[in-house]
Write a protein that binds this ligand. Sequence first.
Ligand SMILES: N[C@@H](CCC(=O)N[C@@H](CS)C(=O)NCC(=O)O)C(=O)O
Length: 232
Amino acid sequence: MLKLYQFDPVWGIPNPSPFCMRMETYLRMTGQPFEVYTGVQYLSKAPKKKLPYIEDNGQTLADSALIIDSLKATYGKNLDDGMTTEECAIATAFEQLMAESLYWTTFCIRWREHWPLVKDVFFGDLPPVIKQILPGQIRRKTLKRFKEQGIGLHSPAEIHQMGIRDLGAIADFLADKPFLMGEHPRTVDAMTYGMLVNLIEVPVESPVKAYGQSRGNLQAYCDRMKARYYAG
Ligand SMILES: N[C@@H](CCC(=O)N[C@@H](CS)C(=O)NCC(=O)O)C(=O)O
């Protein structure tokens, strides 16, 4: 059976990583049977040193988007059947907005502005001596990466402004549709749900979260996805 490796769930949501949540949600959406293995220890075994990754039929695959492409090719189940070329292009653009823009905003807010919370949630279980050293080292590396990527060069206010712009685009496009592309849940909904939950349903306060919560259709969308794919 397909094995999914991801972080431990925290904060009462399926996963604190939008990409792990995207992967799990996609598998639930397709009805593919899978087993979940959770823990930060899987990072060192991950082929690209990031989670999620999967093992399936003797193959190890990394990167949620590439895994989804591969599963579509292997199992032939495509949630996007029937979408027009234009709809597919829009869905891809939204996936990239979330994966390449909103994701970085979210993580910058967590790691830069809410470090005590992040430290406690992600590293709270470490043995005392390691807890003194390791989290600080990881944070320094992470902040360096944010700067190299570009997002870390901006002020908190600028980052909030960018996050609100991205969230606003999602809320405006979703409007009163049940799913991002309309009546039917599509692949893009796996990323959308993973990203939105990680912004508006976590105890990480910011103007971006407040804005997301003020757009009622986003919360209603999360409730709909939860009821459909995570009930029971
Ligand atoms: N493009 C990758 C991104 C995965 C990713 O960035 N995972 C983060 C958590 S959200 C991670 O494993 N970070 C650990 C690290 O960079 O050390 C995907 O879609 O799977």
